[in-house]
Design a binder for this molecule. Structure first.
Ligand code: UDP
Ligand code: MG
Length: 183
């Protein structure tokens, strides 16, 4: 039998692909060093749509929730101080949501490896990141690593009405509201 065009599964797969979204944070080390424009120019290369943008003073609660999965890592205290800007004398980060097909992988590819010393020299982290002598990874930006993380993080940093268009699953109840006072 001939397959029906536009089956529900196919439609949902396409909607998911077209609507994939990812969170980007320009971290305090990049803000301090005046790298915002450079980073945004590099992210433009992915030809994605920017559907959310804001400047955020990062509370400890927001930083800890953002990096919740890393709570038991030895570098967690420094990581939180870093994201809160305490290591760079900065009181904010910039947060963006980019959407489009393959958005998560495209932004991760442009960002490069977590450790700036291991990152491709042509990547954002490879070009602009560094390890400090104190061992802090100044890796310029955060980029969501998978779809589950992206949805959780976008819900943590943005209210639905702050986005130009809905992000799939964000309003479905699959993701909990951000903890009180974190955004
Ligand atoms: N990080 C660190 N030391 C490590 C691993 C990670 O300081 O050995 C920091 C770094 O800032 C990194 C963040 O923790 O960006 C989150 O770690 P993750 O493994 O999720 O890396 P990412 O997704 O940012 O590439
Ligand atoms: Mg990560």
């Amino acid at each position: 039998m001939k397959r029906r065009r536009g089956s529900a599964n196919e439609a949902s797969r396409l909607a998911k692909r077209a609507g994939q979204a990812t969170l980007v944070l320009i971290k305090p080390d990049a803000i301090q060093r005046g790298l915002t424009g450079h980073v945004l120019a590099r992210l433009d290369e992915a030809r994605l749509s920017m559907i959310g943008a804001k400047i955020v003073r990062v509370t400890r609660a927001l930083a800890e929730e953002h990096y919740d999965a890393l709570r038991d890592k030895p570098f967690f205290p420094d990581l939180i101080r870093h994201l809160c800007g305490e290591l760079h004398g900065v009181d904010h980060v910039l947060a963006f949501v980019y959407a489009g097909p393959g958005a998560i992988a495209k932004v991760r590819q442009l960002a490069g490896a977590t450790n700036p010393e291991a990152a491709e020299p042509a990547s954002i982290r490879g070009a602009f990141g560094r390890m400090t002598t104190g061992g802090i990874m100044e890796n310029v930006l955060h980029a969501s690593s998978d779809e589950q993380e992206a949805v959780r993080e976008i819900a943590l940093w943005f209210r639905p009405e702050e986005l130009l268009r809905p992000v799939p699953f964000l309003t479905s109840g699959a993701v909990g509201r951000s903890p009180k006072g974190t955004r």
